[in-house]
Design a protein around this ligand. Structure first.
Ligand code: FAD
Length: 472
């Protein structure tokens, strides 16, 4: 039967149906697996990033459950990237930087004896505001004081106290949350706060067109409180990867690295069969329940027997293409440059763009982030970085020093899974949350709650009891 007809049939049979609608995975004969190639556990966790690692530690160490983690890369940690400068030996975090001072955070780092320290609020380095598209310094280098605008923004954020916990939205969804953020800025006169909000929320891609909901999910009450109280935390050694190195040692052979799903046969009877391609061949995981922590985009779910209900939700995602990395040379030490688009509304750069080159404080190394709302390859991200730096050098803004060397670059795509305002208004998140626990599958991760590790660990804490209960 053609795929589309199967989807329609699946929909017609009702959302409770487990009829496969997107099943491009091969037929697997479970009997082909020897005992040595079969892993039997309580929970199969897919993805060993922020929430997958957290879940594996909590389930195996505190909740007495057996787990296996299927992780496609060679390390745990997801968006956590740390570069060790071979010249000075100093670490630079160029992915995940900071955490909130929440119990869930201090307990997690505490169990691994990793000391935390407040993030320094002031930078000793100079910041220049530059239009990267023309390589020109902003005429007026003085940024407006954002305090009054931030207070107005905070007053609005405080109306939505449920947002830090996730997307359990009221019905109808408040109109302001659906407003394109550019209109929200004008409505509440918070122009002066745009640069700081953009710093936290640029990942949403088309920042000014984004529904305001997603801006609050990146820069809402928890972020405002952590800034106000100066309580953002980072590892005292400024090496956030240590968390995942210690988790790696703790979880041992419970993690299948370099591994991806081939096929998943899910059942409502508490037995899930997951076939995984690992570096040592195909393995069959027999788990009571699945915990999915990877971005639930269709591309990642091809091995699944998705139901019509799941397909109709997961086929709606939009997301951002995003790279982070480090350059050596290109921008002088002690100077950070922030992309500030003089010809654009509120000076917000247009996709694709480099957000900034921020001085790392170490040798001649700067970190960068790139944002694109359309597909972007690693080569295209590198070309963008090089052309922005070349423009700044040609205009004499920065001295033509040594040729730039991109010493580290990581692809974080897809980030910031989101849907348009009309889908939010039409109950997308109620439909998403209705999938929780169906067909032996629980879900956590950045698509389900604010894209912030501390908040996601709190969200995961609300899912683990449901999962444990389902294990029986
Ligand atoms: C550059 C950057 C900086 C950030 N800085 C901060 C910060 O300072 N503080 C903060 O709190 N949050 C920060 N965040 C957000 C934070 O990293 C995310 O909210 C968090 O990582 C999301 O956790 P997750 O478990 O959903 O996904 P991830 O951490 O992305 O984990 C997903 C894991 O699944 C694996 N995977 C993906 N697809 C598959 C597949 N098909 N099969 C098997 N495995 C797969 C990935 O390799 C990854 O390890 C940052 C994000 C980015 C991109």
């Amino acid at each position: 039967m053609p795929l589309l007809s199967r989807r329609l049939l699946g929909a017609a049979l009702g959302f409770g149906s487990i009829l496969p609608v997107l099943n491009a995975s091969p037929i697997i004969n479970k009997r082909q697996f020897s005992a040595a190639d079969t892993i039997e556990v309580d929970v199969c966790i897919v993805g060993g990033g922020s929430t997958g690692t957290y879940s594996a530690v909590r389930l195996s160490q505190d909740l007495g459950k057996t787990v296996v983690v299927v992780e496609k890369s060679d390390i745990l940690g997801g968006h956590t990237n740390t570069y060790i400068d071979p010249v000075t030996g100093s670490p630079i975090d160029y992915g995940v930087q900071a955490f909130h001072n929440f119990t869930v955070v201090t307990d997690y780092f505490g169990r691994f004896d990793i000391p935390l320290t407040p993030v320094s609020e002031t930078s000793p380095y100079t910041t220049e505001y530059v239009d990267f598209s023309v390589g020109r310094l902003l005429a007026n280098q003085t940024q407006a004081d954002p305090t009054a605008a931030l207070i107005k923004f905070a007053e609005q954020a405080l109306q939505y106290t449920y947002l830090p916990a996730g997307y359990d939205l009221p019905n109808p969804v408040p109109a302001d949350l659906l407003l394109p953020f550019g209109e929200f800025v004008t409505k509440y006169g918070i122009q002066d706060a745009v640069p700081i909000i953009l710093e936290f929320a640029h990942g949403v891609g088309d920042f000014l067109a984004s529904p305001t909901l997603y801006i609050f999910q990146n820069f809402g009450i928890p972020q405002l409180e952590s800034i106000e109280s100066g309580s953002f935390l980072t590892t005292a050694g400024h090496d956030n990867s240590v968390l995942y190195q210690k988790a790696t040692a703790l979880l041992g052979s419970s993690v299948l690295y370099g591994s991806t799903l081939v096929h998943a046969e899910r059942n409502d009877n508490g037995t899930q069969y997951i076939t995984v391609q690992t570096p040592s061949g195909l393995k069959l995981i027999k788990a009571k329940q699945l915990l999915m922590t990877i971005p639930p985009i269709l591309e990642n779910l091809t091995p699944f027997d998705l139901t019509a209900q799941e397909y109709s939700v997961f086929s709606q995602w939009e997301y951002t293409y995003y790279f982070t990395g480090i350059i050596r040379d290109g921008v002088p030490a002690n100077i950070s440059v922030v992309n500030t688009a003089v010809t654009q509304p509120f000076n917000v750069p247009v996709s694709p763009y480099v957000v900034h080159f921020t001085y790392s404080g170490i040798a001649d190394l700067h970190t960068f982030f790139t944002v694109s709302t359309t597909p972007q390859t690693l080569a295209q991200a590198e070309a963008l970085i090089n052309s922005d730096l070349a423009l700044m050098q040609q205009s004499g803004l920065i001295p033509s020093c040594e040729p730039t060397n991109i010493v580290a670059i990581n692809n974080h795509t897809p980030i910031q899974l989101r849907v348009p305002a009309d889908a939010i208004a039409n109950g997308f998140y109620a439909d998403l949350y209705a999938l929780q626990g169906l067909h032996g599958t629980f879900w956590t991760g950045a698509a389900w709650a604010p894209d912030d590790s501390s908040l996601l660990w709190e969200f995961t804490e609300t899912i683990l009891p449901l999962l444990v209960k389902a294990l029986g």
